[in-house]
Design a protein around this ligand. Structure first.
Ligand SMILES: [Zn+2]
Length: 116
């Protein structure tokens, strides 16, 4: 009997399935020969835990090619501690214009309304 998981099972894996035991995603472009590591938990936060892993990393961010991408996952080991570089999302401040309300919500009708 084959030990390889069925194609259907692999295609139905979500980021949450990989993140559950603290795994790392290993994303390799065999054209650029570049390997990037991601925490599965970071990807779950960024893309959503139910995102299918076969929808991620379809294209190399450096060369743009699809056919050379290889995405695997593995558990971190002791040799990774203090040595492995992982790519993590960086929080970016985004500013929007909003009306000021003292309690964070508008006053009910009939109460103070600003004069124009
Ligand atoms: Zn590439």
């Amino acid at each position: 009997m084959s030990m390889t998981p069925s194609r259907r099972l692999v295609d139905s894996l979500t980021i949450a399935d990989i993140a559950i035991d603290g795994r790392l995603f290993v994303v390799r472009c065999n054209h650029c020969r570049r390997t990037t590591y991601f925490l599965a938990s970071d990807l779950a936060t960024y893309y959503g835990p139910q995102t299918l892993i076969n929808t991620l990393f379809n294209r190399c961010s450096q060369c743009g090619k699809r056919e050379y991408m290889k995405v695997t996952h593995r558990l971190p080991d002791l040799d990774d501690d203090g040595a492995l570089t992982i790519r993590r999302p960086k929080q970016i401040w985004r500013w929007t214009d909003e009306i000021y309300w003292q309690d964070g919500k508008p006053p009910s009708r009939g109460q103070f309304r600003p004069k124009r």
